[in-house]
Unconditional design. Structure first.
Length: 261
């Protein structure tokens, strides 16, 4: 099977045709952007998002002075990105390419990142090797993926078994597994992070069920101020514990390419 994907490219062409209204696509709550900002100033840095999709993270980095490259394999994604770039008046470089064969020389980029990409391949280490190749020594790679120990994982694999999962095939990772893949690729693990699904998985499932009956409810439920405040307080205290990494919906590892002595 091709390294390009463990399923048809047409899956993603159809997906982004359907998701032309980016306002109806769940965001990642800026968790990736927050990690990139922590790495230092972005001004004049060459930053590439691989499997860019809607490009919402990349466009935000334009505001911070980054030279942003948005790469995707689906023409329909690039069509969405081109439209958004014009609407937002945020210039970016758009490239259609295979993530396993990036059209760049070695040691040229400062940051590469991807969200929801690694889990679609049976050989994620090969993709990270290509990330490593194009990064400058001291450059960073950020990989954001679904966390294994979650109710979402059970439902997803049932749907895969029934041949009803939109992507055909997909996996997930534990935080230790993801760290090992980074290390095996040559990266030094710089940091790890995670976050819970917002809105909840049950709310998202309920919303999709109602859509089948032509009933549309809000992308996000209306928050109850007191309850939301209490929830955020408790979760933020719990976030940095080791156990939290077995409850997060999404996790990420930040790797740094070793500098040459």
């Amino acid at each position: 099977m091709s390294k390009i994907a463990q399923h048809s490219r047409q899956v993603w062409e159809d997906f982004w045709v359907e998701k032309q209204d980016i306002g109806q696509v769940y965001s990642n709550a800026d968790r990736v952007i927050k990690q990139i900002i922590k790495l230092g100033p972005c001004e004049k840095k060459f930053v590439m998002e691989i499997g860019a999709g809607s490009g919402r993270d990349g466009f935000k980095l334009v505001d911070r002075g980054a030279i942003v490259i948005l790469l995707d394999y689906a023409e329909s994604s690039l069509s969405v990105l081109k439209k958004l770039s014009a609407e937002l008046n945020k210039p970016v470089f758009l490239i259609r390419a295979d993530a396993f064969h990036l059209p760049f020389k070695s040691d040229v980029l400062d940051i590469v990142f991807h969200q929801g990409l690694l889990e679609h391949f049976t050989n994620p280490q090969d993709l990270l090797k290509e990330n490593y190749r194009v990064l400058k020594p001291g450059g960073f790679a950020v990989a954001d993926v679904p966390q294994r120990y979650h109710f979402y994982t059970i439902v997803k694999h049932v749907l895969i078994w029934l041949n009803r999962w939109f992507a055909g095939w997909e996996t997930e990772f534990s935080i230790n597994q993801l760290k090992r893949i980074f290390s095996a690729t040559g990266f030094l693990v710089h940091d790890v992070y995670g976050d819970w699904m917002r809105p909840s998985f049950l709310y998202r499932v309920w919303r999709e069920v109602l859509k089948k009956f032509n009933i549309n409810i809000a992308l996000y439920p209306k928050p109850v101020p007191v309850l939301s405040g209490m929830s955020d307080f408790i979760l933020n205290r719990f976030r940095n514990t080791k156990f939290a990494y077995y409850t997060f919906m999404d996790i990420g590892v930040i790797g740094i390419k070793k500098k040459v002595n």
